[in-house]
Design a protein. Structure first.
Length: 367
């Protein structure tokens, strides 16, 4: 029955097969998916390939060894922009779900080498990414500086990962002190405190809300999101590496007006795990050692990773004498990584023009 059914409709099935392959061929793309170790990857090479490669690095949400790499997660919509410029794009879901920073540099490099060995040495190689991917981009172009021609980090934190871990720790210990229950579980507890519980804690002590939002340099409405993000970062790091990378034994907290003294006397203090701290310091630091152009893209209001925190990276650039290889442009948007396709396209074109002509982009708004 099944065989006779197939022969009866064999031309229909053949038509479907031809249509499928014709559709793929008509797009002119080469699409490859697979795994390197336990890290899924995807490569898309356009029909009009210019022999260039852009490594795209995802943010800290999703991914992992079971990712099916379906398009449109986070900023994968940027693939169309990349391909439209003639570049191939390659990206990894990484072997760790969510925050994969501890493996992202090595697994991104493994994918770049795989691409080179299979498709040939690209004429031009660029790395870009958002949020965590931006951190990986800047760290990668410093560590593998002879392998890349430029980098486009977006909505990220530049510099040592220890600094962002310290920022998150300080957010949590001060929140725990002012809004309670001041038992340290928001930092060392295994379970996440829910967004609803954070809102409830804030509602019990609204008198501190204004001063706390000013300390964080964010809008009051965003406090729950920031605290949720910060404990997610700290707890995830504790789980993966076994302790805090940074402590606050000698931190003097300021910005709370008349509450400063009591806060510093009574806030919970934590000692760093030296092995965890050294892991980031020795293997993941970005210290301004650039040899190729880097265009950093920021939004004017990013509650999770405020733009002002990147000022310390400029200190490293000045120390290394590489400030001429670094440029920043901004997008007047509200939110973390709120960057449109068109804005990404403009930023990418600005970086490509810099690489081609040597003309460093001006500090300006991308509309």
């Amino acid at each position: 029955m099944k065989i006779s059914f197939f022969f009866r409709y064999k031309y229909f099935f053949i038509f479907l097969l031809i249509s499928f392959f014709s559709l793929s061929y008509s797009k002119g793309q080469t699409i490859e998916t697979g795994k390197i170790g336990n890290a899924p990857f995807k490569i898309i090479i356009p029909k009009n390939w210019n022999k260039g490669l852009i490594m795209y690095v995802r943010g800290a949400g999703g991914g992992g060894p079971n990712d099916d790499l379906v398009e449109d997660q986070n900023k994968r919509k940027f693939n169309n922009v990349i391909n439209s410029r003639g570049f191939a794009v390659a990206y990894s879901a990484f072997s760790i779900k969510d925050d994969a920073y501890i493996v992202a540099l090595e697994e991104t490099e493994a994918l770049r080498l795989y691409f080179k060995n299979k498709y040939g040495v690209p004429k031009k190689t660029i790395i870009t990414g958002h949020s965590m991917g931006g951190m990986v981009s800047i760290a990668t172009i410093e560590k593998y500086k002879d392998k890349y021609d430029g980098a486009l980090p977006m909505c990220t934190f530049l510099g040592s990962p220890n600094l962002i871990l310290k920022m998150c720790l300080d957010r949590l210990v001060t929140f725990d002190y002012f809004f309670g229950p001041n038992n340290g579980k928001i930092i060392t507890g295994k379970k996440m405190i829910s967004n609803e519980e954070i809102k409830r804690l804030i509602s019990r002590n609204k008198s501190f809300t204004k001063i706390y939002s000013e300390y964080l340099k964010v809008k009051e409405r965003d406090i729950p999101v920031i605290i949720g993000f910060s404990q997610w970062v700290i707890k995830g790091n504790n789980k993966r590496l076994g302790g805090l990378a940074m402590g606050n034994l000698y931190t003097i907290y300021d910005g709370f007006e008349k509450y400063n003294q009591k806060l510093n006397q009574n806030v919970r203090r934590y000692k760093p795990n030296e092995k965890v701290r050294d892991f980031y310091s020795k293997n993941r630091n970005s210290i301004g050692e650039l040899s190729d152009p880097v265009l950093n893209i920021l939004t004017t209001y990013d509650p999770l990773l405020p733009a002002g925190h990147n000022e310390i990276y400029k200190y490293f650039l000045e120390k290394e004498g590489t400030l001429n290889l670094f440029a920043q442009q901004y997008i007047d948007n509200d939110g973390h990584c709120n960057i449109s396709n068109d804005q990404f396209a403009t930023a990418l074109d600005n970086l490509l023009n810099w690489i081609e002509t040597g003309n460093r982009p001006d500090f300006k708004q991308i509309k």
